[in-house]
Design a protein around this ligand. Sequence first.
Ligand code: ADP
Ligand code: MG
Length: 255
Amino acid sequence: MIELKGISFAYPGQAQALCDVSVRFPAGKVTTILGPNGSGKSTLMKAACRILRPSAGQVLLDGQDIGAMRQKELARCVARLGQSNQPPAVTVRDLVSYGRYPHQKAMQVLSREDERCIDEALAQVKMEALQDRMVNALSGGQQQRAYIAMALAQDTQALFLDEPTASLDISVRFEIMDLIRQLNAAGKTIVMVLHDLELALQYSDHLILLEQGRVICTGSTQELIASGMLDRVFDIRTRVIEEKGTTFFHFSKTS
Ligand code: ADP
Ligand code: MG
């Protein structure tokens, strides 16, 4: 369980990007952070992984303040994929091997255990056959799988994904979401930012809605819709459609 308590943060010379944010990312669940552009979603993810140091508040990982943890110790607990990575000119296997750094001593070569974790990560994202290809020569969906494998090789309990489906074709988006679901079913705690409301409502156990750096609402898909806050924050009308045992969502502009 990861818990943020009273987190505030401002970029230098800017208004507060996060104001007194207290939220939980339950262990073993899929949590999605929603909110308009600039509402602080990426900043919240960065604060939760200590990419940024908050000006106030604490992040607790199973009750332990991450502010006091050593870098490698923290990197053995949480892995984060940021928004829009620039694909490097390395092979898929080499990229995935970078995920092993928190488990290595300085200048160490990859151990047998490292190689085993890399093989396992490649298998989880079904990239074994592409492991010797250059990352920058792959499709967007394949690149995203390679990055997810790198994060899996880090062998953490929690995985943070900032807009993992951005700029991917719709079928590939579903494929990545299904992969995330599978990883969660295998025990991984998932925390992500999604731009696509429909995917967020379909795939999340727990949702956090932000507006201008503040938490507006948290809860399940049903709770978020019932609160009316999703509609207010995005200025839309959400309809839930039940059809043959499947739930669909329809969004329209408020007149
Ligand atoms: P989101 O991910 O929800 O789109 P961000 O967390 O990226 O929002 O940004 C929150 C606010 O902080 C925005 O007003 C944004 O302009 C500002 N911001 C984000 N990154 C930086 C930065 N590196 N320097 C200055 N301001 C930033
Ligand atoms: Mg963002």
